[in-house]
Design a protein around this ligand. Structure first.
Ligand code: NCD
Length: 304
């Protein structure tokens, strides 16, 4: 039985295959509409979500399956003190696959040790978010037609942004990838990502706090929200939350085929005047999320 806890649980070949299946789903929706007849997907969300939870639910529905679950811990027995391990054992009796988001780093890993059905990590604290990364990879492949030879700017909260950690880990396995890490000094990328991922794989990267410095060199600009819920101190959040606001002016030097991405939700970090720029890909990116999750559900349920 396979789980998806960390993006490295999938080989590059498996990821490329998921992308191919997702593209086939986009082109042949009808062909997939009964693949999961009789199957149930449980969504256990101990933290808020819109896209991740709803796109998983929509994905299962489009495959002909059914969904159940909860969208906040307060509406489950967790509020009575139940452990994640017990919750998972029980939900495994009611479903064929479980998607779980949790504020504690490592919680989905612990859940997977106890589960009798596949577990998908839908975000664990400030750690990982592998299915957002699959979404991002499908977006990049569809928009740029390649996953190698790219200069990728990652901007905003690189410290707590779990989507950034998983994306760097995934992209570091493709050829000729360069990263421009753009953040205030308080929100730089964690040391373990630098050591274990970037340095270990000899990946070229530079760090700056100026969003315009390397703008003209970027193929991808991945904006992120400052992760309010991970701050210990509200004053720090308020000071940093509007550090970057991408607008038309800041894009002046950008390439014509730049792809602007954002996992969403957006707060202020991209001005709405960018939304109608043809380089803005973030709403398309949200749509791609459903298709790659359909491909992932099929893979983990071993349905061809
Ligand atoms: C992200 C997350 O939950 O980490 N959202 C998402 O899943 N699309 C990004 C965020 O919350 O900022």
């Amino acid at each position: 039985m396979r789980n998806l806890i960390d993006i490295k649980d999938l080989s590059v070949e498996e990821i490329n295959n998921l992308i191919e299946v997702a593209k086939d789903i986009i082109a042949n929706r009808e062909k997939y509409s009964h693949k999961c007849d009789g199957k149930k997907l449980a969504t256990l969300f101990f933290e808020p979500s819109t896209r991740t939870r709803l796109s998983f639910e929509a994905a299962m529905m489009e495959l002909g399956g059914k969904v159940l679950g909860f969208s906040e811990a307060s509406s489950s027995s967790v509020s009575k003190g139940e452990s994640v391990a017990d919750t998972i054992r029980v939900v495994g009796c009611y479903s064929d696959i479980i998607v779980m988001r949790h504020p504690k780093e490592g919680a989905p890993f612990v859940a997977a040790q106890k589960s009798t059905v596949p577990i998908i990590n839908a975000g664990d604290g400030g750690h990982n978010h592998p299915t957002q990364t699959l979404t991002d990879l499908l977006t990049i492949q569809c928009e740029k037609n390649r996953l190698d030879n790219l200069t990728i700017g990652l901007c905003g909260d690189l410290k707590f942004g779990r989507t950034v950690h998983s994306l760097i880990t995934a992209m570091s396995r493709y050829k000729n990838i360069k990263f421009v890490l753009i953040s205030p000094k308080e929100l730089t990328i964690p040391e373990y990502i630098k050591k274990e991922v970037l340095d270990k794989n000899n990946i070229q990267y530079c760090e700056t706090n100026d969003i315009e410095e390397y703008m003209g060199e970027l193929d991808i600009l991945y904006m992120t929200r400052v992760q309010k819920e991970r701050f210990f101190n509200e004053a720090d959040y308020i000071r940093l939350k509007d550090y970057y606001i991408l607008n038309k002016e800041k894009l002046e030097k950008a390439k014509q085929d730049l792809c602007i991405m954002h996992p969403l939700p957006r707060v202020n970090e991209i001005s709405t005047d960018v939304d109608d720029d043809k380089r803005a890909c973030y709403f398309k990116q949200a749509e791609y999320g459903k298709f790659i999750r359909m491909a992932l559900i099929l893979k983990l349920l071993e349905i061809n």
